[in-house]
Design a protein around this ligand. Structure first.
Ligand code: NDP
Length: 248
């Protein structure tokens, strides 16, 4: 499974799963486009990326996805196209948890922020960057799902609703793009993973009982592999996909 020389945008790569993916993918020779809102954290991740492969380079894009406009997305397109000829993939990983409260008590500004970061930003970024994906040989669009994307659960409010929305967004992009372009669309639920978001949602949980973000790497590598081009399935959960990969 080679991602050597592939240029991959990972949103929310300043921490958690996105940070780990960026580091591991860079070790395998990928060019990483880090996107986050905190320049200090992005610089720290940049310094952890592997630069040892021939012509390997990385790019930092500082952007607050809660504030993303069409114009800001165009600027991101320009910044990426100045550095890379093609874009091989986007991993729409950034998200916020928002407030854990009943819908009745849900704060409107928190609701709006969650929807902007988790759902509106992947929509704007995808439609703006699609043009660069189209010129790649095996382009991939990977959305990030969650256990609360398929069945509503009390107190998960806007986060859960945004992940239901991502399911729809991924399915519609799949239907529209896979018939007209070579872009392959996946929606992946990474499952319980040891990150700050998980700790905020489950403060009483022992983080040592959870898998580390690094353990997700084989699943993400498979999405970028030629083999996944033949998959008619687009929605995957971690346990299912990792069992599948381990048995082959
Ligand atoms: P983290 O909170 O650890 O990381 C989230 C990342 O998104 C951070 O880099 C964060 O930046 C970034 N981000 C948040 N808001 C913005 C914004 N406005 N603009 C730009 N970047 C932003 O979360 P995880 O790594 O746990 O989650 C990654 C993905 O996996 C999410 O989509 C989540 O829903 C999903 N997921 C996670 C599970 C888990 O158990 N961890 C389970 C199921 C799904 P900053 O560093 O500035 O905060």
């Amino acid at each position: 499974m080679s991602i050597l020389n592939k240029s991959i945008l990972i949103t929310g790569s300043s921490d958690g799963i996105g940070k780990s993916l960026a580091i591991e993918f860079s070790k395998l020779g990928a060019n990483i486009i880090l996107l986050g809102r905190n320049s200090k954290k992005l610089d720290e991740v940049y310094d952890l990326l592997d630069h040892s492969h021939a012509s390997q380079k990385h790019l930092i894009i500082e952007a607050d996805l809660a504030l993303l406009s069409n114009e800001a997305a165009q600027e991101i397109l320009i910044a990426i196209s100045q550095e890379f000829e093609v874009l091989d993939g986007i991993i729409h990983n950034a998200a916020i948890l928002g407030t854990m409260s009943s819908l009745e008590d849900y704060d409107l500004s928190s609701w709006d922020e969650v929807m902007k970061v988790n759902l509106r930003a992947p929509f704007i970024l995808t439609k703006t960057l699609k043009v660069m994906l189209e010129s790649a040989s095996l382009p991939r669009l990977i959305f990030t799902s969650s256990g609360v994307a398929n069945k509503g659960r009390s107190f998960w409010g806007a986060y859960s609703v945004s992940k239901f929305g991502i399911k729809g967004l991924a399915e519609i992009f799949k239907d529209e793009l896979e018939t007209t372009t070579n872009i392959k669309v996946f929606n992946f639920d990474p499952g319980k993973t040891r990150t700050n978001m998980r700790a905020s949602a489950y403060p009483a949980e022992d983080p040592n009982t959870l898998k580390s973000p690094k353990e997700l790497i084989d699943c993400y590598l498979w999405f970028f592999d030629k083999e996944s081009s033949n998959s008619s399935q687009s929605y995957f959960e971690f346990s299912e996909l990792s069992n599948q990969l381990n048995s082959t």
